[in-house]
Design a protein around this ligand. Structure first.
Ligand code: UT7
Length: 312
């Protein structure tokens, strides 16, 4: 069994924080942030707004868009790195908030910024095994909980948000999640990790070097596996960590820059929500059309990296 995408939803908190706002908060400039990252603004969740709140809002929209109810869903997988509660999972919290009456598996995966690809990887395997009919994948993060306001090199980089995708089983192997690859290298822990006092610790330049190598590697691997070349792919949606990284990744695999979907300017880096939000943005704005083929590489803390290939 393969799959097909039947719905999606995106949630972004109301508060928009611009680069100018950061100029008032720390020793930085709009020029530095734009030239080094491509970021213009990002959304910050309210203090009382949780990852589960945002995930639930995105899930509600995805269900509405697909004319389904929560009881039509057979599995909920949430990719998140920033849940407020150690237990239960955000997946279970979403299930409860949507008043599901059917008892189905709901759980979280923690793949940092690669989390949404890890979730897709799980979903692809479950569909291939013929175990579930409909799987909802949610990427949700409140990265601002981890901002170190003393550290201008990382404070300006992150935003909050959530995106949800609903996939349904299909006999067509060329729709939905066609292929996925995920990798991890725990020896890269020191480059980018959360600290015990809930702060982001990152060696920016070292992480950058890994990102521009491993994302194109994963994208090239998955194209080779599928026996396709860049001209057969409609859109490249890389993890939205830095516009320079995204451009370099595209150039490395010979992908035209005008076919790269960019939201890093509007949402900054939303970690496990990043790719899902970019996909939703592309579809909401008529950039991505039904039937198009998407190459979806990601990279993050762990180190983790990977890519999906899917048709919307
Ligand atoms: O999502 C998971 C994966 N994450 C990533 O892939 C992020 C990877 N890393 C990056 O995107 C980039 O390394 C950053 C955007 C984090 C930083 O850009 P960079 O070009 O690597 O800058 P840098 O860290 O080498 O710093 C260059 C200069 C330094 O000043 P000096 O030492 O050259 O005088 C920093 O102190 O920029 C300074 N700087 C800032 N200046 C103004 C660092 N942060 C800021 C800031 N405003 N916010």
């Amino acid at each position: 069994m393969g799959s097909r995408l039947v719905g999606y939803g995106a949630y972004l908190p109301e508060r928009v924080v611009t680069n100018k706002d950061f100029e008032k908060l720390m020793d930085t400039t709009e020029e530095w942030i734009v030239s080094r990252t491509g970021m213009q603004e990002r959304h910050f969740a309210r203090d009382d707004e949780t990852v589960a709140d945002m995930a639930t809002s995105a899930a509600e929209l995805a269900l509405k868009n697909s004319n389904l109810s929560i009881d039509d869903i057979d599995m909920i997988i949430v990719a998140t790195t920033t849940p407020e509660l150690d237990f239960p999972s955000v997946g279970v919290q979403v299930q409860g908030r949507l008043n599901a009456t059917k008892t189905v598996p709901a759980f979280d995966v923690r793949g940092a910024c690669t989390g949404y690809i890890y979730a897709m990887h799980c979903a692809r395997a479950f569909f291939a095994a013929g175990m579930y009919k409909r799987i909802m994948i949610i990427g949700a993060e409140k990265m601002t909980r981890f901002i170190n306001w003393e550290e201008r090199g990382t404070a300006v980089l992150f935003g909050d948000g959530a995106g949800a995708l609903i996939f349904e089983e299909s006999n067509d192997k060329d729709t939905g999640i066609i292929d996925t690859v995920v990798m991890a290298d725990g020896t890269g822990f020191g480059m980018l990790h959360g600290t015990l006092d809930h702060k982001i610790s990152m060696n920016g330049p070292e992480t950058y070097k890994k990102a521009v190598t491993l994302m194109p590697e994963a994208a090239a691997f998955i194209m080779k596996n599928a026996g396709i070349t860049v001209d057969q792919v409609d859109w490249l949606i890389p993890h939205q960590a830095n516009l320079r990284i995204m451009k370099t990744a595209a150039e490395t695999i010979g992908f035209p820059l005008e076919k790269v979907v960019v939201t890093v300017d509007k949402y900054a880096n939303t970690s496990a929500a990043s790719g899902v939000l970019a996909l939703a943005y592309g579809m909401d704005n008529g950039i991505i059309k039904k039937g198009q083929l998407i190459l979806y590489p990601a990279f993050g803390s762990g180190l983790t990296w990977g890519s999906a290939l899917f048709r919307v």
